[in-house]
Design a protein around this ligand. Structure first.
Ligand SMILES: [Ca+2]
Length: 187
């Protein structure tokens, strides 16, 4: 009997990841708020973004006035999580996936800070950039600046402050706090 139970448990452990793992409620709420306000939320698609040459975590994009929040999950390519080869499959969420939701969602909030909320014209959310860098850490800040200038064109240099702020916000603010910020600045 004991052996049977442990075999059963082992098979459950293998089968469980095939069931779409629900997002933690706070992150689901943040995505729902943005979706209700017209942001198009895409998980593991479009393929050009999530299965292209760059190993992307996600993106915030505005195309012809429509806002897109793209989340590419860490485990999107792992066949063992997707035994049915379902194209719309959602892998189990990782801490980094959740960080990506907070990071890209924060870019949507930055878009609300200047011009219209769907024009990719950003402003910072926090008044003191010194405080942001101080809290996030100079080393981490330099790491972002270095990665960013390697990956993007030099003429986008002015946008680094928005990246630093988004990394800082994703690390230091909960999805609930970011949801409140979205409601405050975007609605
Ligand atoms: Ca804007």
């Amino acid at each position: 009997m004991k052996a049977f139970i442990s075999t059963l448990l082992a098979s459950i452990a293998i089968a469980a990841p095939a069931v779409a793992a629900p997002l933690p409620a706070d992150h689901q709420q943040f995505l729902d708020t943005m979706a209700r306000d017209g942001v198009n939320v895409h998980i593991n698609e479009p393929a050009q973004a999530c299965y292209g040459e760059k190993d992307m975590d996600g993106a915030y994009i505005v195309f012809e006035g429509d806002r897109y929040l793209v989340i590419c999950q860490d485990n999107r390519s792992k066949a063992e999580f997707n035994i049915n080869e379902d194209l719309s499959f959602i892998a189990p969420w990782t801490a980094n996936d959740l960080d990506t939701i907070r990071h890209e969602g924060f870019h949507a909030i930055q878009d609300c800070m200047a011009g219209s909320k769907n024009d990719m014209v950003f402003d910072t959310v926090f008044t003191s950039q010194e405080e942001v860098i101080d809290t996030y850490g100079v080393y981490n800040t330099m790491r972002i600046m270095s990665a960013y200038s390697t990956h993007y064109e030099a003429d986008r240099h002015g946008e680094i402050k928005y990246e630093i702020e988004a990394f800082y916000a994703a690390e230091n603010y909960s999805a609930t706090e970011l949801n409140d910020m979205y409601n405050k600045f975007c609605m």
